[in-house]
Write a protein that binds this ligand. Structure first.
Ligand code: NAG
Ligand code: NAG
Length: 396
């Protein structure tokens, strides 16, 4: 899904979801940048989300399949941490010769779309030009996505080579935007790449980029590892397709079963505690790189807020005391292991002497473990089982 603060991209794929994603860290990777001008906005972040839903590489990659390689075919895509952890995007190449785009990786949706030259209003973005790609193949079917904040995009399908971390996927279905709603104009991304399951593509029957990485033999392990940086520690992040990066987490990985029946990376959370105080137990959540905050169901969010003495703004956000010295971390139990959201991550943004909490609610029947959770915990997504493996990020 996508519940970012910047522009909201929540794709209502049929009825439930949204779109949006984030990127991972780096290892032998490239420098990260961050945008210090961006003013985060917790309210916008929540509204987007709510609409959206009503040590070494362990990676025997097969190498570069004759395509365009930007990163040695490692499957690694460094990401930019935009606006103090609001969203993360990395470079993706489309076409031959390659055209490069800033793409938001979203484990909460499954469409790949990009601004195109068919879109006269998309001038603030780099636009894919099919006439300049020798590998472009027309399709002609229409597509359309609506996000929770009311933003949307639509256009026409096509196929082309898509290169991710140097791995060239041939004949990938891509969605060329002919229209983008105005909120995208202020968003740095040129498009989104969904990392959810192919049951929720907006046009049925499309294979996702990860499906094709697997079926085309570009990765030998059906996984990708996600490391999201923190602006407070220099930002950045990294997606590693076909493996995971042991330098980005501490301790050992815990395997957690995934319920993909809704097309999302659904997990069962046994409990959430603040210190020894249990504030929620036995609920479903999704791991969503495309959502900025940690969104609980409304009742759960209110209980968490009460423990921290946070004030409900009535719009899905909370004001929390900027002095967190007496606070305890949020502790999630999944797969029998505990995963923390440390105290410093409880504040999403500070405006003067007012602090907005990094947790909220959006009228959803399940929780969204968005970037607030994922920037503190490294996750390896395994599409084939399906399952995830989680460990504390080096950021914690
Ligand atoms: C797309 O968003 C705009 C507002 O930015 C709205 O006017 C328009 O009706 C939306 N289109 C669809 C199909 O939802
Ligand atoms: C922060 O709160 C603690 C108690 O929770 C208090 O001792 C401390 O003085 C406070 N710091 C500031 C700067 O107000």
């Amino acid at each position: 899904m996508k519940f970012t603060l910047v522009s909201s991209c929540v794709a209502l794929v049929v009825m439930t979801l949204a779109v949006d994603a984030a990127p991972g860290g780096k290892k032998l990777s490239i420098p990260l940048t961050k945008n210090s001008d961006y003013q985060p906005n917790a309210k916008a972040a929540v509204s987007k989300a709510s609409a959206k839903f009503n040590k070494k590489l362990i990676n025997p990659l097969k190498g570069i399949p004759g395509g365009i390689t930007t990163d040695g075919g490692s499957g690694k895509v460094p990401v930019v941490d935009y606006g103090n952890d609001i969203e993360y995007y990395g470079d993706v190449q489309i076409g031959t010769p390659p055209q490069t785009f800033k793409i938001n990786f979203d484990t909460g949706s499954s469409d790949l779309w990009v601004a195109s030259t068919l879109c006269s209003s998309c001038t603030s973005h780099t636009r894919y030009d099919p006439s300049k790609s020798s590998t472009y193949v027309a399709d002609g079917r229409a597509w359309s996505i609506s996000y929770g904040d009311g933003s949307n995009a639509s256009g026409v399908l096509a196929k082309d080579t898509v290169t991710l971390g140097g791995l060239a996927i041939k004949g990938q279905t891509i969605e060329l935007a002919k229209k983008e709603s105005s909120s995208f104009a202020s968003d740095p991304i040129d498009g989104l790449l969904g990392l959810g399951f192919n049951t929720i593509t907006t046009v049925a029957g499309i294979k996702t980029p990860v499906d094709n990485l697997i079926s085309q033999g570009l990765i030998s392990s059906p996984v990708y590892g996600v490391y999201l940086g923190k602006a407070s520690q220099g930002g950045g992040g990294e997606y590693l397709f076909g493996g995971y990066d042991t330098t980005k987490f501490t301790g050992s990985l815990t395997t957690v079963p995934v319920d993909s029946s809704q097309g999302y990376w659904g997990v069962s959370v046994s409990s959430v505690k603040v210190g020894t105080n249990t504030v929620a137990s036995s609920f479903s959540g999704i791991l969503d790189t495309g959502t900025t905050l940690l969104l609980f169901t409304d009742s759960m969010a209110k209980k968490v807020a009460a423990v921290y003495g946070a004030k409900d703004n009535g719009d899905g956000t909370f004001i929390i005391n900027c002095n967190t010295s007496s606070f305890k971390p949020l502790i999630f139990t999944l797969g029998g292991a505990t995963f923390n959201v440390p105290v410093e991550s409880l504040i999403f943004e500070k405006q003067g002497s007012t602090c907005f909490a990094s947790f909220g609610y959006a009228g959803l029947p399940f929780a969204i473990l968005g970037d607030t959770f994922l920037k503190n915990n490294y996750v390896v997504f395994n599409q084939q089982v399906p399952s995830v493996q989680i460990a504390a990020s080096i950021n914690q």
